[in-house]
Design a protein around this ligand. Sequence first.
Ligand code: UD1
Ligand code: MG
Length: 459
Amino acid sequence: MSNYAIILAAGKGTRMKSDLPKVLHKVAGITMLEHVFRSVSAIEPVKNVTVIGHKAELVQEVLEGQSDFVLQSEQLGTGHAVMMAEPVLGDLQGHTLVIAGDTPLITGESLANLIQFHISHKNVATILTAEAVNPFGYGRVVRNKHNEVTKIVEQKDASDFEQQIKEINTGTYVFDNKRLFEALKNINTNNAQGEYYLTDVIGIFREAGEKVGAYILKDYDESLGVNDRVALATAEAVMRRRINEKHMVNGVSFVNPEATYIDIDVEIGAEAVLEANVVLKGQTTIGERTVLTNGTRVVNSTIAEDVVISNSDIEDATIAAGVTVGPYAHIRPGSSLAEQVHIGNFVEVKSSTIGKGTKAGHLTYLGNAEVGEAVNFGAGTILANYDGQNKFTTTIGNDVFVGSNSTIVAPLTIGDNAVLAAGSTLTQDVPTDAIAIARGRQENKEGYATRFPYHPKNK
Ligand code: UD1
Ligand code: MG
């Protein structure tokens, strides 16, 4: 029999106090909805239906092309949300996983176990549950004296006795598909929140004498339903621990894993070392043996092996093997550093290609440049690439020596082996092998210093 999946993602998430629909809040760099979708893929559903409503277009964009969508134009409760999927799934034979879009920590492995459990117990409905230390806010799983599940009761509807129950509903279930949609016809809004509760179908099945079960999660952490930003931060912390442990198992060293922040899709080679307060975001790859010191932040960048980046910011850049960057450097979008490049302190590189072995050690700005190999930039070099309206390119050959405090006004081309005198402001091209000097000539006025009242002779 086939598997189907319904992801509930129509709610606003009032308790988040946010303009963004709740399921679009991110954990470790991707939305909660994508986390749920990735886990769901472990059961290989032949059809995946996402229920959207509040800011539907925004939510749909995230899973566009990967899921079917049904609209719940008014959010009348989780049961009502599932009903919206009936036109797509109602006639099909199979097992349907229903999962809330706000439970980003549930793993694919647990979902696969849940569905196996459901099938082997021949249940009509199986609830994924967990034993909570503090069950407040969750639906409670009510069992009879034979330990059989009889119903789920929501926090706001629970009696004092029921509130003592520690077993919670995670908001994830597997149902016999056809029986699910039949049972939904019998739910109503007679409850504390005046909503159609999906959870009510459990009691309906039981009363009809059908087999209902619960699969208890081994790891309670997975059950977290994110309803507010406190839970969002908890989800982030749990996910961070999982991600960092995966990398440690793969041979990456962390000086302080609690304070190292790595998005879920980042890849890191073995023997890399990450110091505290390193942040790796988006589609980032870090090569083997590369060292990132404290405070380094890398976004959507590819960094090769044996690189050292000290306390620097890298974004949308490519960095080749053996490069050293920082401390306090800023490598901005569109930059590519070839092997053995050295970018030192207070250097900014933007939209520039820097050739092998080139060095810019101090206080330099390289923007919109094509720089050759083994160039040396003296301290305080500025590529003046902007006239207030347009950006212009500077092209620099191989083995060029740029004296300190030079300003190169683009567009400009500097030939191989050229030498630029310190303090020059260059506005013309420099040919290969030339020396360019573009500064006022020095004049020494002998003895003039003695005229100043503060000269030692006059004191
Ligand atoms: C729900 C369960 C509760 C469970 C908890 C687990 C019900 C009635 N309660 O409560 O037993 O312990 O999840 O986290 O199901 N949604 C819609 N349309 C709606 C309402 C909600 O699509 O009309 C979506 C939301 O976007 C969300 C999910 O359903 O992704 C769950 O809704 P939420 O309001 O968070 O339910 P809880 O109060 O957490
Ligand atoms: Mg919830």
